[in-house]
Write a protein that binds this ligand. Structure first.
Ligand SMILES: Cc1cc2nc3c(=O)[nH]c(=O)nc-3n(C[C@H](O)[C@H](O)[C@H](O)COP(=O)(O)OP(=O)(O)OC[C@H]3O[C@@H](n4cnc5c(N)ncnc54)[C@H](O)[C@@H]3O)c2cc1C
Length: 306
């Protein structure tokens, strides 16, 4: 139960706080109802303080990175949504490689591009994943045969009990598209440090371009939610949906991509309930035809009971 009023919040945060703010423009799918309160933070310190503020004042809170792995409900998010724009990056060249520090609101593609200029190799995969460092650490994001776990040295974590600790790669218990943080919830990633290899600028750039070209051929452009379902053991969710003849299936303004069946596309003014309609149909048909229950990879966020 919130112990602070709207007027007190506005006085405290000024222009960093917006009330009843639609969240669609902060998600890759361009879908999502309003946040009661949307607070933009610009540094790790501000992110940590915002989380502690929510805890102290009885406010539910959600951390929003790049919004590329969530489906926000049409009713939006109650309590405090913390928009993470903490984006400090530092490179340190060492004999053994290049150490990269990034605050958790840093965009993965932006960091990958900066790695090119620093001759730092090993982060090329991230150029094609439209997330933030925080979301990527939580979900062990990865692509093209690599992932966060491959190069992460340490992440600075704010515990639910308010202690800040450096967590090693082993502490984070990474697995395929998951981590201890995702399994347990309640922790905040403040920053992450990676150890990359010394590389040649042109080679790193060429690798990125190859990955980008592959994406262009295989994934739809525009407002999408990538990898809607987890791949079931030994198979691919996209293959199962395609085999069920669901490519191009439409619910109002949302559709299953013709290019990649595990991508759902916002055709212009799709709502979260349009997308949820597609999710339900895809699950039902695949279940009937194969006996496999597709599990969501994307997280449903906000008020889904309204
Ligand atoms: C077109 C497209 C292609 C994609 N391709 C890939 C791919 O190849 N590989 C892949 O792994 N993923 C892919 N994704 C999914 C997505 O980009 C990744 O999962 C990404 O890491 C999510 O990061 P985010 O910042 O967008 O997280 P968000 O969607 O903002 O949040 C996801 C979850 O993480 C939590 N979170 C965010 N930041 C923090 C933080 N600082 N501390 C604690 N919790 C936090 C949120 O509260 C939420 O629960 C794709 C998505 C799209 C739209």
């Amino acid at each position: 139960m919130a112990t602070i009023s709207k007027a007190e919040m506005q006085a405290l945060f000024g222009s960093s706080l917006r009330c009843d703010e639609p969240l669609a423009r902060f998600t890759s799918a361009r879908i999502g109802g309003p946040a009661d309160y949307l607070l933009t933070v610009s540094s790790s310190d501000e992110l940590g303080q915002a989380v502690l503020f929510a805890q102290e004042n009885g406010l539910d809170y959600v951390i929003l990175g790049a919004g590329s792995n969530i489906l926000v409900s049409d009713a939006g998010i109650r309590g405090l949504t913390i928009l993470n724009r903490a984006r400090k990056i530092e490179f340190t060249a060492l004999d053994e490689g290049v150490r990269v520090f990034a605050e958790s609101g840093t965009s993965l593609p932006l960091l990958a591009r900066q790695c090119v200029t620093q001759n730092a190799a090993g982060f090329e995969w991230a150029a094609t994943v439209p997330g933030s460092i925080g979301g990527a650490v939580v979900g062990n994001a990865g692509a093209h045969g690599s992932d966060v776990a491959a190069n992460l040295e340490m992440a600075e974590i704010l515990h639910p009990n308010t202690v800040v600790q450096p967590w090693t790669n082993a502490d984070l218990k990474f697995d395929y598209r998951t981590s201890y943080l995702k399994e347990t919830g309640g922790h905040t990633v403040l920053s992450a440090t990676f150890m990359l290899e010394h590389g040649e600028r042109d080679t790193i750039q060429a690798t990125i371009e190859t990955f980008q070209a592959h994406r262009k051929r295989t994934q739809p452009p525009g407002a999408t939610i990538g990898s809607m379902f987890k791949n079931p053991p030994g198979d691919y969710a996209g293959r199962l949906i395609e085999q069920a003849n669901l490519k191009g299936l439409r619910v109002a303004n949302a559709s299953v991509s013709e290019l990649h069946a595990n991508f759902f596309v916002n055709e212009g003014a799709a709502t979260a309930s349009d997308v949820y309609g597609l999710i339900s149909q895809a699950r039902e048909v695949v279940q009937q035809q194969t006996g496999i229950t597709l599990e969501l990879e994307v997280e449903l966020v906000g008020d889904w009971n309204a």
